[in-house]
Design a protein around this ligand. Structure first.
Ligand code: S3P
Length: 176
């Protein structure tokens, strides 16, 4: 049986905010993978990208996902690129139902602009074009990894968390 819930999806789809709310509702621990990576590295995600590069970040992401996937009764918010390495998803799937959050590119742009400077991959001249390109490449990876997909456009944090709970009720592999 699975005791964890893992949230995947592109940057700005609400994984962290929804994950925190969902953890509260389920009485489970909330773990944000990126925060664990930052603690381990002793620096912020943008600093890791600038000083060490994306490949070093991905290595840290793999090591951290491996550790976190072993915990029980947690809601895990993953970074948007966690699907890029299949091993991450294989490890998460052992103990977690995988929920994929989506949003249209325009909504993603608006949400990520509100937190400017936090997402090195979108720190480019034309972030909307980059969002579209990255999404095109990643969409099949998110879809292949997901047990459940929820479109968050037009929904508030609470409504998304409630939809996830409804889906978990239908999932026989999930242990309450
Ligand atoms: C990334 C997403 C970020 C963070 C890093 C790379 C990505 O997490 O892990 O900047 O490749 O999509 P969020 O999805 O929480 O923004």
């Amino acid at each position: 049986m699975k005791t964890n819930v893992a949230l995947i999806g592109f940057m700005g789809t609400g994984k962290t905010a929804v994950g925190r709310r969902l953890a509260g509702k389920l009485g489970r621990r909330f773990i944000e993978l990126d925060s664990v990576i930052e603690r381990k590295a002793g620096k912020s995600i943008p600093e890791i990208f600038v000083e060490d590069g994306e490949i070093a970040f991905r290595e840290l992401e793999i090591a951290t996902t491996k550790e976190v996937a072993r915990t029980e009764r947690a809601v895990i918010a993953c970074g948007g690129g966690v699907i890029l390495n299949r091993i991450n998803i294989d490890r998460l799937k052992e103990g977690a139902v995988i929920i994929h959050l989506t949003a249209p590119p325009g909504v993603i742009l608006k949400r990520t602009l509100r937190e400017a400077g936090k997402r090195p991959l979108l720190d480019v001249e034309n972030p909307l074009a980059t969002i579209r390109e990255l999404l095109k490449f990643r969409k099949p990876l998110y879809e292949r990894a997901a047990d459940v997909t929820i479109n968050t456009a037009g929904l508030d944090i609470n409504a998304v968390a409630e939809q996830i709970i409804e889906k978990l009720k239908e999932d026989e592999s999930f242990a309450w």
